[in-house]
Design a protein around this ligand. Sequence first.
Ligand code: SF4
Length: 405
Amino acid sequence: MRSIGVYIHIPFCVRKCAYCDFLSGPAPKERRQAYAAALRREIAREAARYAGYEVHTIFLGGGTPSILEAGEAAGILECLDRYYHIQKKAEITMEMNPGTVDGDKLTGLKSSGVNRLSMGLQSADNAELKLLGRIHTYEDFLQTYRLAREAGFANINVDLMSALPGQDMDSWVGTLEKVTALQPEHISAYSLIIEEGTHLHDRLDEYPPVPDEDEDRRMYQATRQILAEKGYQRYEISNYAKAGYACRHNCIYWQRGTGHTVDYAGFGLGASSMVDNVRWKNTDDMERYFSAFVDDADIGQDVKEDVQKLSRVDHMEEFMFLGLRMTDGVSRLEFTDTFGVGIDDVYGEILRKWEKAGMLIRSGDRIRLTDAGIDVSNVVLADFLCTRAPRGRLSAYADGCPARE
Ligand code: SF4
């Protein structure tokens, strides 16, 4: 049986954070209930497509999935269990925000199969949380974290964010020290990106200054150093875990195109899927999604959009672009096995350029970003996209790059 990861999108939050450009927003309880019912219908109707697959990971993301009642979340997981083959030891993650759960809900989620929590803390400084428009304080997070441990959750991620308005190195280090003292199994630490269309972007002049690029880089380096001292191994540019606790679900995305390729199926509003080298996403129009799964009759309109068959070039790009995000990097042998051509025959020029600049390094069979390379990873990784690769080289081995031509 082939392996698959399942992503389920819950597009609801208590209120919109100032920096948020995710597909999410507040909604009344009835709307959330109706959405959970629509999700179950989508999952049931799509089951035939995944008959030959075993589900290795399930990720309830959002939005704020923990805004659902424990029974609603359990209903979604039961529906998956009824129609899909779920591996006995599947990793089942739910994203959770402090202030949306109590002890009973956590116990209910645990008994419905959720075995990993991803908690959105972002900062241990209440003034920073307020500026971000988060609904919780650090004390709320501590309470939720304690309740989660009491409910038996032994695999917890904490999401953190650096380069926040008004943040300095001392307050960032303070956040890292406080959180690592709690010993979560996993920490995700991203820099804030101020996206157009967000409240923060539109009113930036009303906020304290955001750390500049150099300070942002110093914060990243401090993160790596402090987390390493505390026993967290960086396994991806922004993700750190204690031994054995790397997020299996996210690794599915980052290892796309490599020998570990696993398909993924997305359910719910705006969710993305990649099955048999075909990529698509569900509509992000809530009314259209509802009308497609309005009742149990098999008459719903199709919600799939942007359906795209991956070309060989797309595969090569994903192999490099995603694989190099992992600290293990990419395997030259795997590249040859996958594409029937050597990695240097396709990317030799780019590899040599970044090796010479000290951004990439070879070690045995593997090629990976150096620490300096990780600092400028966006620039290095973008070079592996076909628009910037030597066209002659790639087109000799590939079936075109239609999406970018
Ligand atoms: S909790 Fe997350 S998804 Fe919801 S509004 Fe805030 S940043 Fe966006």
